[in-house]
Ligand binder design. Structure first.
Ligand code: DX5
Ligand code: ZN
Length: 219
């Protein structure tokens, strides 16, 4: 089994203290930082863009896992790569040529992530699986933190694990949306090895980030 990694979403952090919030995450043992980028078009919410990511990245020692919920995404890949994203995750619906967008991410030597919404089938990315470093399974409809986890997506994780075994692929499987201390165990059991969490990490146990990260990691 791959090591379980925790990627806290700064969507639930104090936006007035983002630099400090990231320091707190690093000190608490987070494996990476999940940055939710929203454009008010692909999803009905707006967050942050490349200049903020660039400023935050300067003081961070852990990888930035940048989840782009923007459309059309292709022309912005370069800006996020230059801002310091280490993993760039895109949604297939947000580009008219997924192959071209994957190539673009690789051109900048970044890890390629592709995200599947709850209703998007594995079939859509099947022929690209040998080029993908991480598949992000959305367990809520993207757009907002604090939503309820959809257990039906666990089947997709199992399907991907089977394909990975059969074909000898090596992609990571990340799950994002509504993760708490109970469903984290189900996601890990299904085969996810990277857990994203905003609300649970920043708000549970009076905001004891270290405790929350450790609890999420435990099986
Ligand atoms: C949803 C985002 C998620 C999410 C995580 O569009 O991609 O990263 O906000 O936050 P929680 O853990 O609160 O669902
Ligand atoms: Zn996300």
């Amino acid at each position: 089994m791959k090591k379980i990694k925790i990627s806290p979403s700064i969507l639930s952090a104090d936006f007035g203290q983002l630099g400090n919030e990231i320091k707190r995450l690093v000190d608490a043992g987070a494996d990476m930082v999940h940055v939710d980028v929203m454009d008010g078009h692909f999803v009905p919410n707006l967050t942050i863009g490349p200049p903020v990511i660039k400023a935050l990245k300067k003081n961070s020692s852990i990888p930035f896992d940048v989840h782009l919920m923007i459309s059309p995404v292709h022309k912005y890949i370069e800006a996020y790569a230059n801002a310091g994203a280490d993993i760039i995750t895109i949604h297939p619906e947000a580009t008219d040529d997924l192959q071209k967008s994957i190539n673009k991410i690789k051109e900048f030597k970044k890890k390629v992530g592709v995200s599947l919404n709850p209703e998007t089938k594995v079939e859509v990315i099947k022929k690209f699986l040998n080029q993908i470093d991480m598949i992000l399974i959305m367990s809520v409809n993207p757009g907002f933190g604090g939503q309820t986890f959809m257990p039906k997506v666990l089947d997709k994780i199992k399907e991907l694990v089977n394909i990975r075994n059969q074909e000898n692929f090596s992609f990571d499987i990340e799950i994002d949306g509504g993760i708490n201390f109970e469903n984290s165990k189900l996601a890990i059991k299904a085969g996810a090895n990277i857990l994203v969490s905003g609300t649970t990490i920043f708000k549970s146990n009076d905001g004891n980030i270290k405790k929350n990260i450790d609890l999420l990691r435990s099986i």
